[in-house]
Design a protein around this ligand. Structure first.
Ligand code: SF4
Length: 275
């Protein structure tokens, strides 16, 4: 059945193609990603949309680095450690999935393509929109998600993909693929790149400590928390996100962490955000 959807999988030598069940048995987890399965993604349901996403072990937590531009500020405050990510078994599962990506890319990709197709069909059946945000807690170039020479954006040309990134050059994949939308992420230290992203017509996300301001550095701020499907947003805006579920020690270090824009210290906004 798997090969019915992805005939190119069947061409992998003359050996018997692997069944879906066997793939999961081999990797030791039940799913790579899911649709609307975190609090953040569950909001998509209110918009009649399924968003499939994958949570990997962020930065170098697995021994492999999936966030080339992570800095000490975002690493410590990453969404990877929020919500279910507080639990050790969840972290172990994310580490296992991340290691699979580096150690058996082909199998990782087969599972990824299978799951995207599964949720795409589910969305059709339930008469919902469908989109994919691969990098929920990572920053991997989507062109690397490739099987038999075909990347994920090419494999599913009718599916809307969107992502956030701190890697400036990844933004421009959105100019190459019409089914991809990219948002640049403010790290607390990369304002110059944020400015270039805005100058090139992209939007920039920033995390604010308290309520959202109307403007940040002269750009209008929109509320980015009501849903995650950034591709529905206008360009040339700041997508304002509020701090969520940050571990206690991070809350205590708010003032020292420029990743969180401190509204209570407006005089420090510029000083903190210039790299
Ligand atoms: S780059 Fe993003 S996903 Fe990676 S550690 Fe920083 S906040 Fe987390």
């Amino acid at each position: 059945m798997f090969q019915k959807f992805f005939p190119n999988f069947a061409s992998e030598s003359k050996q018997k193609p692997m069944l879906v069940k066997e793939m999961y048995e081999q990797v030791g987890f039940n799913y790579l990603g899911k649709a609307n399965h975190s609090a953040k993604m569950a909001k998509s349901g209110k918009y009649n949309e399924l968003v499939y996403s994958v949570y990997l072990a962020s930065s170098d937590a697995s021994g492999y680095n999936v966030c080339p531009m992570a800095n000490v500020f975002c690493k410590n405050a990453c969404l990877n450690y929020a919500g279910y990510g507080r639990y050790n078994n969840i972290q172990q599962s994310r580490i296992k999935k991340t290691r699979l990506f580096f150690e058996n890319r082909e199998l990782f990709m087969k599972i990824l393509f299978h799951e995207i197709e599964k949720y795409r069909k589910k969305a059709i059946k339930e008469q919902k929109r469908f989109s994919v945000r691969f990098n929920a807690t990572s920053d991997i170039n989507l062109k690397q998600l490739k099987l038999n020479g075909v990347n994920v954006l090419e494999q599913f040309p009718g599916v809307q993909f969107y992502d956030y990134t701190k890697v400036y050059k990844y933004l421009f994949l959105a100019n190459e693929y019409s089914n991809l939308d990219m948002t640049f992420s403010y790290s607390g230290e990369n304002w110059d790149e944020c400015q270039s992203a805005l100058d090139n017509g992209f939007r920039v996300s920033a995390i604010f400590q308290e309520q959202l301001p109307d403007y940040f550095r002269g750009y209008p701020v929109i509320d980015g928390d009501s849903y995650d499907m950034r591709y529905l947003d206008p360009n040339n805006v700041i997508v304002g996100l509020r701090v969520k579920n940050v571990p206690k020690q991070q809350l205590e270090q708010f003032d020292e962490n420029p990743f969180f824009v401190p509204l209570s210290h407006p005089d420090r906004l510029d000083a903190l955000s210039v790299s």
